[in-house]
Design a protein around this ligand. Structure first.
Ligand SMILES: C[S@@+](CC[C@H](N)C(=O)[O-])C[C@H]1O[C@@H](n2cnc3c(N)ncnc32)[C@H](O)[C@@H]1O
Length: 230
């Protein structure tokens, strides 16, 4: 189903209701609050088993332009720009993007950073060869994840590449209530507004409908590393 088709179905109404709900808005505000305490970007690369597979896969696919979804302060954008990809980073947090811009400038890297909501991506069709999404989708309710993956098919070139990881989440401490789709909405002081949802294999099959999923590797941590083509 394309994003436009999704909009014409009942799920489109659910999606619009969700995106304008207090739950969703509180979630966006959570991220700005969470990032506001960070004074400088953490410039160490995270210790991820799949890290080098990201540029390797992009190179195998002759990718040039990459969208880093939910880039935070931009470690993955910086890492990929150092591998000579043309990178755009998108994040909802103004402060995280400000830190990402400062970091890129220090490294003398030409990275384009945008502040914006992934659920409302401001990009024309076919702008990117690939998208990377590290630890992002588990922060979205099911319909937002599904619509975003459908929308991504349009901002990528036909046959474009998706590389992402979906973390195993939901078992940790904290107070929350559950939405009908099993998304946890946190209510304790530290994480008030944050959303977490675990995507099982069945869910992944649904949100990647219409994609050609090439790799789903489950790591020891339970994180799934996914490569798919639009
Ligand atoms: C767990 S962090 C991951 C950050 C980065 N990708 C990484 O690997 O460190 C989730 C990121 O998604 C961003 N985010 C959450 N919801 C978003 C939305 N609706 N639109 C854009 N960014 C969003 C947050 O601000 C945060 O930077």
């Amino acid at each position: 189903m394309t994003f436009e088709e999704t909009k014409r179905t009942g799920t489109a109404e659910q999606l619009e209701e969700l995106l304008s709900s207090d739950v969703y808005i509180d979630n966006l505000e959570f991220w700005e609050r969470a990032w506001s305490g960070v004074k400088a970007p953490y410039t160490q690369l995270p210790d991820l088993a799949y890290l080098t597979r990201i540029p390797d896969t992009l190179k195998q696919r002759s990718v040039r332009s990459v969208l880093d979804l939910g880039c935070g302060t931009g470690w993955l954008s910086i890492y990929l720009a150092k591998h000579e990809f043309a990178v755009t980073g998108l994040d909802i947090s103004r402060h995280a993007i400000k830190l990402g811009r400062e970091w890129a400038e220090k490294e003398d890297l030409d990275i384009h950073f945008d502040v914006g909501d992934i659920a409302d991506m401001p990009y024309p069709d076919g702008l990117f060869d690939a998208v990377v999404a590290n630890s992002i989708f588990e922060h979205f309710p099911f319909e937002v994840a599904r619509a975003t993956l459908q929308k991504l098919k349009t901002v990528l070139i036909p046959g474009g590449t998706f590389i992402g990881c979906f973390d195993k989440v939901g078992g940790g401490p904290g107070e929350y209530f559950e939405l009908q789709d099993k998304t946890h909405v946190y209510t304790d002081k530290a994480r008030k507004g944050m959303l977490l949802r675990y995507y099982n294999d069945h869910d992944l099959g649904q949100i990647f409908s219409g994609w050609k999923v090439d790799i789903i590797d489950e790591l020891d941590s339970g994180t799934r590393f996914i490569v798919a083509f639009s």
